[in-house]
Write a protein that binds this ligand. Sequence first.
Ligand code: VG1
Ligand code: CO
Length: 543
Amino acid sequence: MSNKTISTQPFDGQRPGTSGLRKKVKVFQSPHYLANFVQAVFDSIGDFSGQTLVVGGDGRFYNREAIQIIIKMAAANGFSKVLVGQGGILSTPAASCIIRKYSAYGGLILSASHNPAGPDEDFGIKYNIGSGGPAPEGVTEAIFQRTLDINQYLIAECEDINLDEQGCFELAGIQVEVIDAVSDYAELMQSLFDFDAIRNLLADDFRMVFDAMHAVTGPYGTAIIEGMLNAPAGTVINGEPKEDFGGGHPDPNLTYAHELVDILYGDNAPEFGAASDGDGDRNMILGNHFFVTPSDSLAVMAANATLVPGYKDGISGIARSMPTSAAADRVAEALGLDCYETPTGWKFFGNLMDAGRVTLCGEESFGTGSDHVREKDGLWAVLFWLNILAVRKAPVASILADHWKKFGRNYYSRHDYEGVDSAAAEQVLQNVRDQFDTLPGTTMAGRIIASCDDFSYTDPIDGSVSKNQGLRILFVDGSRIIFRLSGTGTSGATIRLYLESYEADSDKHGLDAQDALADMITAANSVSQLRQLSGRDKPTVIT
Ligand code: VG1
Ligand code: CO
């Protein structure tokens, strides 16, 4: 068996986005494309000779082919061992768990998260470091720079490995171990949550549905919720991972998880519903005819953390991404904890968790997690909620009503305009930026504007600075209007408009969020010309 050096061409523009590199499958299939990127990663991450690499993905189309290429390149580049999930499957949080548990040097996760899958859809790859977290910006920038001057890659010439059989195999002089994709992760969940209490809850007349959306959490949800927690068969729906995600869009929100939403808002609805996304790191939490915003979910988890065995001694602090509502800040304040505001993307939480400054982290985009791994974790959030419900024995809606009564309610919504012409999207942001000097002190939507800025973050641990992370219009009363462009799409631009206003008066906590935010929405459109420039009269997705 020998290693081959293949000459290749530099390829620019392959800058990893919010969460790794995402392109159409056809691009990844073009000659040397994936191999070039993998070599650029290996050339940028330091000395890993003799170390272990973790590899797995969300099971989407091209997952298996990509894994075979990566294993052969890992062998030729000097790793001594590759740990790969059976069938090529590893959810993003499970990969993070496995990197940490086996002290791997890092991992390559094949996923484009919730983006649609199939031969004409999306593929993605991201590198996670030894802590189990997404590569920080310094590393992704080094990878990008390397794609500009790469001229060769190394690959072992050997047979493919059988990904479906568990066990340890020798391949091109290194060890490849095909491991159970679920068991390490399930064991970690069992160490954090009161499985007996949840089992008792599920044995009562409490009913729940978990929608795996034909994506990676099918096997995890089935093994844990139905297998270990004894929920009746059929509790997990769409539990079979498919290469095209069943033609769906496994994004757990009110638009794309409509099958689950119809069940929870239908007749005879169960008490609890939840969904996860393509790679298992996101979650949506629903009660009977009730939607919990991800921002509120983080706040409720923080306020109730001591009810959960893994957090019974309290949490050290909370972090949220900038566009996430300030609901968690109010809990942090009440508990006397630090609360950090970071740019969008899970990679910004890593340093804070490593330093022990925060335990819980969250993003408005259906991401919540803790320092048990270094990724957001969909099923973990579902189990966290089940544990709270098992202890409090109250409906989801009343837990939220109590929460708002105590802390006030942060009305919140995100409006996404997907697939907008890139130049038009830039102009929308420029329109807002152009008014930064004149807006402060004026009134908009009946509120006084305090300041405007383009969010910039200085990491408190390593001092690194991340600029241009979103345009903010900040009001004196704490309300906010935020504009930013998505860094995860693969066609055109996606404009995200985030709206938030705070209501202390509990008599006014029962409004629909869109109604409560109506004049903010109108103001956001007129200040940016968003609808006119995008040619849309309404958002693609409202959360
Ligand atoms: C989106 C979300 C962000 C999340 C990212 C990755 O990014 O807004 O909060 O971290 O997706 O999530 P953007 O740049 O499109 O707004 V995942 O589940 O795709 O790893
Ligand atoms: Co995801």
